[in-house]
Design a protein around this ligand. Structure first.
Ligand code: FAD
Length: 342
């Protein structure tokens, strides 16, 4: 099956704070963007590693948590209607006539005039549970993320873990799955209390089952899971039949495919100039934690500055015949119109 190519001015790789603000800076200059992230939501490190920690060094914002910063950036960029592609990792970038072609691990092809790499410390990658031969079942019966809920319709689903992802997917997949069982090694959860309560209500009403224990062995053939062995806290074991298993054991950051894009990496970082934040490849820019230059500080505010200068350079590529006039949002009615100011 061939997938339609998504054509746009700019593809931003990474929906961390810096990728999000890049949407704003590009949007002010009429550059349309699509944003791709391997995570299932925006925010990068802020949302994934420290959503509730206060940040104190965002200019004019005395204190904001990682999640609040993400939410406020999403609100700020809303007028520009950037399209987000979550749960997809950009695997390849290829030069083509007039720009670049990118393909994700999901097979989605993009064609664009410029690429903005805002990939931070690399792609967040799910931690694989240490189960013998688990790789034989990956992508057929074992999944680390949910791309389409439809894929789990009328299936016996086993979710393993006790954090927000495990609980969120338990609640979301319960109405879709034929049966749903949650397995966690302890009766305490590291998830939002409201989600834990909803999960327990579903257990009480008999709509899902919850089992204490750890999965120790997978059973099945040809990548098709038929069940798992679970070890209870008292040392006894039991068999749990299932067709699919979704383990949510947290994420680690790995550089991932960025290493293969031929951008002369220095210690896993992409060297850029400090005028345009362009890489060694014309038309490919790198901003935020992923780049390096003399004096670089891995701070959110540095990434915001880099995004502003990058956007000026991108404008020259996307609109070679248009003169760029420098304007303030305070005084330009043109910019205010783009922002939806009435
Ligand atoms: P990230 O936030 O890392 O986002 C990059 C995104 O790109 C990720 O979501 C990743 O999944 C995605 N990605 C990568 N590769 C691919 C690919 N191939 N395909 C698809 N998606 C991909 N900074 C401050 O300024 N002030 C602070 O107080 C502060 N406190 C911090 C506290 C902690 C505990 C940590 C860990 C960091 C803190 N930082 C702070 C640093 C700050 O979070 C980073 O500088 C910032 O997140 C960098 O933003 P980014 O958008 O460049 O990258």
């Amino acid at each position: 099956m061939s997938v339609d190519v998504i054509k746009t001015d700019a593809v931003i790789i990474g929906a961390g704070p810096v990728g999000l603000f890049a949407v704003f800076e590009l949007g002010l200059l009429d550059v349309k963007a699509h944003v791709i992230d391997i995570l299932d939501r925006a925010g990068g490190q802020c949302a994934e590693l420290y959503p509730e920690k206060p940040i104190y060094d965002i200019p004019a914002v005395p204190v904001v948590t990682g999640q609040q910063l993400t939410d406020q950036l999403m609100e700020q960029i809303e007028p520009f209607g950037a399209e987000f592609h979550f749960n997809e990792r950009v695997d390849s970038i290829e030069k083509i006539e007039g720009g670049f072609r990118l393909v994700t691990d999901y097979g989605t092809p993009f064609e664009c005039k410029v690429v903005v790499i805002a990939a931070g410390g690399g792609s967040f990658t799910p931690k694989r549970p240490p189960l013998p031969a688990i790789e034989d079942y990956e992508d057929t019966s074992v999944f680390y993320s949910v791309r389409k809920m439809e894929a789990f319709k009328d299936k016996d689903v086993l979710i393993v873990g006790g954090g927000d992802s495990a609980l969120d997917w338990t609640l979301n997949l319960q109405p879709v799955a034929k049966s749903l069982t949650l397995v966690h090694r302890r009766s305490e959860f590291r998830a939002a209390p409201a989600s834990v309560q909803k999960m327990m209500d579903l257990v009480d009403s008999g709509n899902i089952s919850f089992k204490l224990g750890q999965v120790t062995t997978l059973h099945g053939d040809d990548g098709q899971l038929t069940g798992v062995t679970v070890k209870s806290p008292d040392g006894s074991t039991f068999e749990q039949p299932t067709e699919v298993m979704l383990p949510f054991f947290g994420l680690t950051m790995k550089l991932g495919p960025v290493a293969n894009w031929g951008l002369n990496l220095e210690e896993n970082l992409i060297p850029v100039d400090t005028e345009k934040f362009e890489t060694s490849e014309k038309g490919i820019f790198a901003i935020g934690d992923i780049n390096t230059y003399p004096g670089k500080l891995k701070l959110i505010l540095s990434g915001f500055h880099e995004g502003a200068l990058m956007a000026q350079a991108v404008h020259r590529i996307v609109f070679p015949d248009k003169k760029l006039i420098f304007q303030y949002t305070t005084s330009s009615s043109n910019l205010q119109k783009k922002l939806g100011v009435k």
